[in-house]
Ligand binder design. Sequence first.
Ligand code: ZN
Length: 196
Amino acid sequence: MEEFKLGSTDKLKIENTVQDALNSMGASVGMPVRVFDIAASKDVNIYSVVFDEIENKDVLACSFVDEDAEDERVIFIGRNMDSTPKRKRFLAAHELGHHLLHENLCRDGFVFYKYKDRGEDSDGALAAADDGNEELHDDMDVELQADYFARTILMPEPLFKEKASLCGCDVETLSDTFGAPKFAVVARLEEFGLGD
Ligand SMILES: [Zn+2]
């Protein structure tokens, strides 16, 4: 797979957006971070839906602004996909990232889709390559940004580093501590040059 990387300017912008969201929750942000409540506090409504089994059979989640409902900011998370609770938290965080980072695209009527990883363990891949719809399929940046947003909000840096050093970077332990899927924990460890 071709490798894509986020620039440091992008990362900083995303980290600031995450920090704003965490700050707005104050002490009630919780651990694991209460990402569904953070979305609610940002006026983003999350619905559990059954995606159409024919047309949208590989969709795990999507996000958009509903012009027919007074511009309601919406995230749909599929309940017919056997996503684990951790995976759903990651999906919610990823889609929230689109709402907070890519508001202009959302306002333009763009719908972000997150597809089930094809041919891979559904918990084992970044999924970015299959994300986004046709028009923007080549624009990996927005997907990398949303994934980085998700990792950063679920696994805030200082706390993540602290917990990682306590457990010797054990992926399972960190996954449970932060309520994040293992593939995201591995990516977070790599981001900080930790782990294997
Ligand atoms: Zn996405």
